[in-house]
Ligand binder design. Structure first.
Ligand code: NAD
Length: 300
C-alpha cells in the first residue's frame, strides 16, 4: 500500500525491497527446482565495528530469506593485508562462490583500494572494482553499486519521472554519490536527468539545492538538509545513515539521515524515510547483483 501524507508520498523501502526479494526468491526456487545450486554470497567482515556487524548480519539474513547460500568470513581487527588478500584470492578461485563483498571501512593497516581491486570483477557484487565503475560510466552492463542501484529501483517502482529533471546529488563518493550522478544522467529508464554533483568544496550549496527537482543527499551529516534548501514539490532521497548518541534510546543511539525529515517532508512530493528507506534498497541491490553474478558465471 502506498503511503501519502497530504500530497507527499513516502518512498517506503520496505515495500519496494519486499517486492524485489519476492521476485528473487521465486527465481531462485525455479533455478533450484531445475537442478542448479543456489546462488552463493561470501561476505568478509574485519573487526567488530557495530554498524558493520549490523549491515553484514542483515545481508546474510536477507540471503537466507530468499534461498541464497551465504558465507560469513570473520577476521580480527589486527589482521594483516596479506592474509585478507589471500582469502579473497581463495574465494575468487572457488567456483561455488558467486559474489564476494568486503564490508567497509577496513582497519588502517589495510589499503581499501587494494582490497577492492583484489576481488575478481566477475564476482564484484558491490560494484566497487574500477572495472565495474568504468563499465558503468560507459553505459556497459556491469555491477551497479548497491545503494545507487537500489535508488534506481525505487524511482522505477514509484514511477517517479526523471527525464529532463534537474537532479542534485550531494556527495561524490565512489560508492554512492558519483555512481548515482552517472546513473541519473545516463540515457536509461529512470535516468536522463540534468545532474549537478556537489561536495565539500561546493559554493552556494543551498541555492543549488533549491533548483533540484530531485535531491539525493549522501554526505553523512545528520539532518544537514533543511527546509530552506528544498524546492516545493521536489523528490528527496536521503542516503545518510549516522548513529547519533541518544541516552534516551534503547541502544544508546538513534539512526539519523542527512535530511531534517520533519521540516523537509511537507515541502516534498516524495521522500525516503530513515530508517526504512534507502538502506533496505541497498540490500536489494546487492542481492540482485549476486543473482546476476551467479547467472553470468554459470552460463545461465
Ligand atoms: P563519504 O564520506 O565517502 O562521502 C561523503 C561525501 O559528502 C564526500 O564526497 C564529501 O565531499 C561530501 N560532503 C561532506 N560534507 C559536505 C558538505 N558540508 N557539503 C557538501 N558535501 C559534503 O560517504 P559515503 O560513503 O558516500 O556515505 C554518505 C552517507 O551515506 C553516510 O551517512 C553513509 O553512512 C550513508 N550510506 C548509506 C547507505 C545506505 O544503504 N543507506 C549506503 C552507503 C552509505
Amino acid at each position: 500500500m502506498l503511503l501519502y501524507f497530504c500530497n507527499m508520498l513516502v518512498l517506503d523501502g520496505k515495500l519496494v525491497s519486499a517486492a524485489v526479494k519476492e521476485d528473487l526468491k521465486a527465481e531462485t526456487q525455479k533455478l533450484i527446482s531445475a537442478g542448479n545450486r543456489a546462488p552463493h554470497l561470501a561476505a568478509i567482515l574485519v573487526g567488530s565495528n557495530g554498524a558493520s556487524e549490523t549491515y553484514v548480519a542483515s545481508k546474510v539474513k536477507n540471503c537466507e530469506e530468499i534461498g541464497f547460500i551465504s558465507t560469513l568470513v570473520r577476521f580480527e581487527e589486527t589482521i594483516d593485508e596479506a592474509t585478507l588478500l589471500a582469502k579473497i584470492a581463495e574465494l575468487n578461485q572457488d567456483p561455488s562462490v558467486d559474489g564476494i563483498l568486503v564490508q567497509l571501512p577496513l582497519p588502517k593497516q589495510i589499503k581499501e583500494q587494494k582490497v577492492i581491486e583484489a576481488i575478481d570483477p566477475s564476482k564484484d557484487v558491490d560494484g566497487f572494482h574500477p572495472s565495474s565503475a568504468g563499465k558503468l560510466m560507459q553505459g556497459l552492463p556491469s555491477f551497479i553499486p548497491a545503494t545507487p542501484y537500489g535508488i534506481m529501483m525505487m524511482l522505477e517502482f514509484f514511477k517517479l519521472e526523471t527525464k529532463g529533471k534537474h537532479a542534485v546529488v550531494i556527495g561524490r563518493s565512489n560508492i554512492v554519490g558519483r555512481p548515482m550522478s552517472i546513473l541519473l544522467s545516463s540515457n536509461i529508464p529512470n535516468g536522463n536527468c540534468t545532474v549537478t554533483i556537489c561536495h565539500s568544496h561546493t559554493h552556494n550549496l543551498k541555492e543549488i539545492c533549491l533548483q533540484a527537482d530531485i535531491l539525493v543527499a549522501a554526505l553523512g551529516r545528520p539532518e544537514f538538509v533543511k527546509a530552506d534548501m528544498i524546492k516545493t514539490g521536489a523528490v528527496v532521497i536521503d542516503v545518510g545513515i549516522t548513529r547519533v548518541t541518544d541516552a534516551t534510546a534503547k541502544k544508546g543511539f538513534r539512526i539519523k539521515g542527512d535530511v531534517a525529515y520533519d521540516e523537509v517532508a511537507p515541502l516534498t512530493s516524495a521522500i525516503t524515510p530513515v530508517p526504512g528507506g534507502v538502506g533496505l534498497m541497498t540490500i536489494a541491490g546487492l542481492l540482485k547483483n549476486t543473482l546476476q553474478a551467479y547467472k553470468t558465471n554459470n552460463g545461465i
